[in-house]
Design a protein around this ligand. Structure first.
Ligand SMILES: [Mg+2]
Length: 136
């Protein structure tokens, strides 16, 4: 995996489509596949159960913030940063594997969806607004 030189490249220049696509399979996707295959878990990793697993891990992330006001959320992030990081990683690992299992290029899918979102939320209408696209 390559690393960015902040003196010569901005983060957006570094995160070009090709670099993102090559970094993920090389550095992480093979580890995710190996982790699953060494345990012979592929038979369990059907799309339904992977989607459920993603949702459950997202719920574990949400649990950190349940019933907390904004100040308590900020404090929770500081006091439980590692645990929150692990839940984010759980979500990302399952998401990456699901996309891989379905033959979906995650980087391509993200780029396509970002382009759709940009069209739905034009900067001149959406800047500073939390409104849904159909209410802008
Ligand atoms: Mg978890």
């Amino acid at each position: 995996m390559t690393t960015r030189n902040p003196e010569t490249e901005t983060s957006s220049e570094w995160l070009t489509r090709d670099r993102l696509m090559s970094a993920l399979p090389d550095a992480l996707l093979e580890k995710i596949r190996a982790f699953r295959d060494e345990r012979d878990w592929a038979p369990f990793h059907n799309p339904k159960d992977m989607a459920i697993a993603i949702s459950l891990e997202a719920s574990e992330l949400l649990e950190h913030f349940l019933w907390k006001n904004p100040e308590e959320v900020t404090a929770r992030v500081e006091s439980h940063r590692e645990a929150i990081s692990e839940e984010i990683a759980d979500i990302a690992i399952y998401l990456t594997e699901l996309a891989d299992n379905l033959g979906i290029d995650l980087a391509d899918a993200m780029e396509a969806k970002l382009a759709k979102n940009a069209a739905k939320y034009p900067v001149e209408k959406a800047r500073g607004s939390a409104a849904k696209y159909n209410e802008l």
